[in-house]
Write a protein that binds this ligand. Structure first.
Ligand code: SAH
Ligand code: SF4
Ligand code: F3S
Length: 447
């Protein structure tokens, strides 16, 4: 018999996919009658949802698992599990390294969380579940779970087929599988019903979304158009787009689909064609810059953010200069930048010559210094503008609220209660480096 008065705690590392998966696990456990715990110390079940995209998140997850293993020595009845991408990569090794782990489960197996936990409670066996060829699990809803939330992620596909030479994701998330469109739409209707106003569609490469049956074909632009028609949805976003698959019909969605926000996250990774080729990205810098131009022609107010890495094997100083040139030319609103890190089993891990760590650190700091000023400049240019902000909740400052512009910039402003989940007009009065300060100009916004 399954106990129902148990408490659980989930720690999530990594990207939005992991956030979505942790929500999935949480809903399954709540449906079993379990409750959330405020801390690992008080929980009967502790789950670590891991990331392994670079060395740093891997180290962070390992450190936490080590700490929790010590906690378990004091409380042997506690169940300790590891899920996510590091779990998939290092499953057996994790079991060996941390003998107190009760289960390790890959991203395609989380639908079995209930059975796994029940079995462990019954038998105290240690369980390892790493199959990748499963169809991705359909979400299990917990009634009212999204109540009080303004934004939600909805996964439209799992896995990746691109095998960029540096990237471990295809190995740990498996092959690309798109979800049936009616399931996606059902899930979005469900979260809207619970009060969510903004949905972000998730996939490693949403542009290659494809659902084909004998009678029907859905590509990503069609999905965006259909989702954009759903009643009650104020804002729609998606991430991540791959530049090699960004079609004209998707670009025109930024004009045709009203709730689609004018923001695109379009990782470029490197500015030198030589490095892009070694990375197996499938496009050139010219193609990338052409896309930026097209996006701005079609939607002049669009914000463009990106991912870039420095120190890929064989990246010379001249290649790095090309990355800096591209950044200058593109004028990104924001940039996530990383030092290249070898991932076991990927093509790039066996490529040379490796760039020394100090050199990578120097390149990263030059790049980040430039982008910091660029982001600040873009923020300063907005002072005086009146923008529409979707109020997400209280900000850290007492009496203040926070929300985002359609271009995904964070704004803090004073407001009366009761406007959470509404769009309000806010005048930008000050620019900070990471956010904006505003003043509402009307009591009630667009709705
Ligand atoms: N699917 C997304 C990226 C997912 S990984 C895309 O294709 O755009 C998120 C980011 O981590 C990547 O965009 C890349 O910039 C970075 N990254 C991936 N592997 C890396 C590695 N081995 N070293 C450093 N950064 C890496
Ligand atoms: Fe990794 Fe490339 Fe797939 Fe993105 S598209 S997840 S970078 S292999
Ligand atoms: Fe990390 Fe896995 Fe996401 S490796 S970035 S959590 S897909």
């Amino acid at each position: 018999m399954l106990k129902t008065n148990m408490k659980f705690f989930i720690h999530t590392f990594g990207c939005q996919m992991n956030v979505y998966d942790s929500d999935y696990i949480t809903q399954c456990l709540l449906n079993m009658g379990w409750q959330r715990s405020g801390s690992a110390e008080e929980a009967d079940l502790v789950v670590v949802n891991t990331c392994t995209v670079r060395a740093k998140p891997e180290q962070k997850a390992s450190t936490l698992i080590g700490r929790l293993s010590k906690l378990k020595k004091k409380r042997p009845e506690m169940i300790l599990g590891v899920v996510g991408c590091l779990a998939q990569e290092k499953g057996e090794a994790l079991m060996e390294r941390f003998p107190s782990l009760d289960f390790v489960m890959g991203p395609r197996q989380i639908a079995e969380i209930k059975e796994t936990v029940s079995k462990i409670l019954e038998t105290r066996d240690r369980l390892l579940a790493l199959q990748l060829d499963h169809a991705p699990p359909e979400p299990e809803h917990c009634p009212g779970y999204f109540e009080g939330r303004v934004t939600a992620f909805v996964s439209i596909m799992q896995g990746c087929n691109n095998f960029c030479s540096y990237c471990i994701v295809p190995y740990v998330r498996g092959r690309e599988v798109s979800r049936p469109p009616h399931e996606i739409i059902k899930e979005i209707k469900e979260v809207i019903h619970q009060g969510v106003k903004e949905v972000t569609l998730l996939g490693q490469n949403v542009n290659s979304y494809l659902w084909v049956t004998d009678k029907d074909k859905w590509d990503f632009p069609r999905l965006i158009q259909e989702v954009g028609r759903l009643e009650g949805l104020l804002r729609l976003r998606f991430t991540t787009s791959h530049p090699k698959d960004l079609s004209d019909s998707l670009i025109s969605c930024f004009v045709q689909v009203e709730p689609l926000c004018p923001h695109i996250h379009l990782p470029f990774q490197a500015g030198s064609n030589k490095v892009l080729k070694l990375m197996k990205r499938g496009y050139t810098r010219e193609h990338y810059l052409g896309l930026v131009k097209k996006l701005r022609q079609v939607r002049p107010d669009i914000a463009i953010t990106s991912d870039v890495m420095v120190g890929f094997p064989g990246e010379g100083r001249d290649d790095f200069q090309k990355t800096m040139d591209l950044i200058r030319e593109a004028g990104f609103d924001g940039l996530f930048s990383f030092k290249y890190s070898d991932r076991e089993g990927t093509l790039a891990a066996s490529m040379g010559p490796k760039v020394p760590e100090e050199e990578k650190a120097e390149r990263l700091s030059i790049l980040q210094e430039y982008q910091k000023e660029m982001t600040f400049k873009k923020h300063k240019e907005m002072v005086g503008d009146v923008v529409s902000v979707l109020v997400e909740g209280p900000s850290k400052r007492p009496g203040q609220f926070m929300g985002r512009t359609p271009t995904n910039k964070i704004v803090n402003f004073p407001l009366d209660n009761g406007m959470i989940g509404h769009e309000v007009k806010v005048k930008i009065v000050r620019a900070n480096r990471n956010s904006l300060v505003g003043q509402p100009v009307k009591e009630r916004g667009l709705n």
